[in-house]
Design a protein around this ligand. Structure first.
Ligand SMILES: [Zn+2]
Length: 229
């Protein structure tokens, strides 16, 4: 349901941010699809005492936040309404409670799209590449995941991974919210690790996510209460 409350919540933040971006000339380029009023919640995985996957001092929680903020900027430039589940390095000491808090926020905002960002880790360092997961049975979630997966492969053509259903708390808790969990690569792979430390590469990952969301929107999947919910 599109509640007024939701737009009030997002509108306040958006007014400030879009004003600031307009002033600095960072508004939408000609030819880019507008995502006007598309409400997106971005969830940067982990935070605070929970670093997530880590290797050689490089922490999943820092990379997810950094990519989330770049993604937020790019989405606002496209006129979307964006909210992050966390905007700094903090989380409830009990991560289960933290997830419940994030879940309540998602419930309140009722976004058109939920993007949760994570990083994978595997004992074999050769494993690389982003992979997108959706809640089993969510047709919109599956479509969203496929669109983003296609774009992640476009920027890393050697990646042969496919969008798959997965069991993630935030997706499970919000089966009617079109959502995707993005494992944007492997912290255990040297090439992916390099990408996570490069500002340009992180911009490219965020652009791929925006392109995936845009393609999902362009195909009309935003319509609510439809048979494709
Ligand atoms: Zn994670």
């Amino acid at each position: 349901m599109l509640s007024r409350h939701r737009f009030w919540l997002l509108g306040v933040a958006l007014l400030f941010l879009s004003g600031a971006l307009y002033a600095s000339g960072l508004h939408r380029d000609e030819g880019e699809i507008a995502l006007t009023d598309v409400a997106v919640v971005i969830d940067p995985g982990h935070g605070g005492r929970d670093p997530g996957a880590n290797i050689n001092g490089l922490l999943e929680k820092d990379i997810t936040l950094s990519v989330a903020k770049i993604l937020q900027g790019q989405l606002i430039r496209r006129e979307a309404s964006v909210l992050l589940t966390r905007s700094g390095d903090y989380a409830h000491p009990n991560y289960k409670k933290e997830l419940a808090e994030r879940s309540r926020l998602i419930e309140k905002v009722n976004p058109d799209v939920l993007i949760s960002i994570h990083i994978n880790k595997f004992p074999h360092p050769g494993c690389f590449g982003g992979q997108v997961f959706y809640q089993e049975g969510s047709i919109k979630g599956e479509k969203l995941a496929e669109k983003i997966q296609t774009e992640l492969i476009r920027i890393q053509p050697e990646n042969r991974r496919e969008a798959r259903s997965g069991d993630y708390y935030l997706l499970r808790e919000h089966p009617r919210t079109p959502g995707a969990v993005l494992e944007i690569g492997f912290i255990s792979n040297p090439i992916d690790r390099q990408r996570f430390q490069s500002a340009d590469e992180k911009e490219a990952i965020a652009s791929a996510i925006v392109a995936g969301i845009s393609s999902y929107v362009a195909e009309g999947y935003l319509a609510r209460n439809s048979a494709t919910d």
